[in-house]
Design a protein around this ligand. Structure first.
Ligand SMILES: NC(=O)c1ccc[n+]([C@@H]2O[C@H](COP(=O)([O-])OP(=O)(O)OC[C@H]3O[C@@H](n4cnc5c(N)ncnc54)[C@H](O)[C@@H]3O)[C@@H](O)[C@H]2O)c1
Length: 311
């Protein structure tokens, strides 16, 4: 990636959801590159402690279009991470999650178009695939979401593409596959497997596996996702609503993941979820020049250190 700090100095970018896990890492990278970074977050799931002090923080809710319009106005790039991102929560709260994940995304697109933004980089999700007959998952497959969350994230992609086609706003959607890394939130009923396992291991509790643990996931390190976002901002090959997989390209069963983290396991009843995910990221290579760099073994080693877990 060629870095031209002079060009970037003072250029306004807005990171929506910048107090969250992935958004805060992208903010750090943008600040390092010299951008004038503004964050929009309502702190419903994020943490102010994650917010880079060199970024301008705006506590605002994407459900309120008039609140976010003036913040987005005049930005060159908008990174849209804000969401209620838990599958189970979306099953229990379909209206609230739809308001944020679909209605909020629509507001972001409207504000970006009106505010003269050059490009919106939308955080899409592999959950749009649901169960498919073959692996790896490619962007040409017909989405088959198995939860309101997966459906809502997919609708966000479609809205982004329509805004490119109808309004000429540049957009690109990055479909992330199970992102993990530093600042992963290990708490709460909806915590993702890696964070939950690390916390349980640290507390000397058995790791709780839903179902038989043969379900597989393509775990992707957050630093690779950050790089994908910056490349998506700069690439001349995207901007028309393209959908691009961002996944490590190796899948591990939940049982294998538990082994990497270590300790005893207990099994709980299965959840409604796709059995497998595995990204074909060849389009990301072609359009963004992106390939994954961090292996799960390396990433887990780093996280165990962060959690103070010794083998
Ligand atoms: N983490 C993953 O594995 C993963 C995988 C695929 C896609 N994604 C997508 O990536 C994005 C970021 O995910 P994350 O893991 O960093 O989640 P996160 O919950 O850590 O971050 C989301 C942020 O959005 C904010 N937010 C929520 N509702 C808001 C609202 N109404 N107005 C303003 N801010 C609001 C939250 O406070 C939080 O800071 C989401 O769009 C998610 O759907 C994540």
């Amino acid at each position: 990636m060629t870095i031209n700090k002079k060009k970037e100095k003072g250029v306004k970018v807005v990171v929506i959801g910048g107090a969250g896990f992935i958004g805060s890492h992208v903010t750090d990278a943008l600040v390092t590159r010299g951008f004038n970074v503004h964050i929009i977050d309502n702190l419903s799931g994020g943490d102010k402690a994650n917010v880079n002090p060199k970024a301008v923080f705006h506590k605002a809710d994407i459900r309120n279009l008039e609140d976010i319009k003036p913040i987005i106005k005049g930005a060159d790039y908008v990174f849209h991470f804000a969401a209620l991102p838990r599958v189970q929560y979306s099953i229990e709260h379909p209206i609230e999650t739809n308001d944020v994940n679909v209605g909020g995304t629509l507001n972001v697109l409207i504000a970006a178009k009106e505010g003269g933004v050059k490009r919106v980089i939308y955080s899409a999700s592999s959950s749009a695939y649901g169960d498919q007959k073959t692996m790896p998952l490619t962007e040409t497959m017909i989405p088959n979401p198995k939860s309101p969350y997966g459906l809502q994230k997919y609708v966000g992609e479609l809205y982004a593409k329509v805004w490119s086609e109808v309004h000429g706003l540049e957009t690109v959607s990055l479909r992330y596959f199970n992102v993990y890394g530093p600042r992963l939130n290990p708490d709460g009923a909806y915590a993702l497997a890696i964070g939950k396992f690390l916390k349980q291991r640290k507390e000397g509790k058995p790791l709780t596996i839903w179902g038989d643990g043969t379900q597989t996931r393509d775990f992707t390190h957050v630093s690779d996702v950050v790089r994908a976002n910056l490349l998506a901002m700069e690439s001349t090959k995207v901007g028309k609503g393209e959908v691009v997989n961002i996944g490590a390209g190796r899948n591990f069963s939940v049982n294998q993941l538990a082994k990497l983290i270590g300790g005893k396991v207990v099994h709980e009843p299965p959840r409604i979820e796709p059995h497998d995910t595995l990204a074909d990221s060849s389009l990301a290579k072609k359009l963004l020049g992106w390939t994954p760099e961090v292996t799960l073994e390396e990433g887990i080693k780093e996280l165990k250190k962060e959690f103070g877990i010794k083998d």
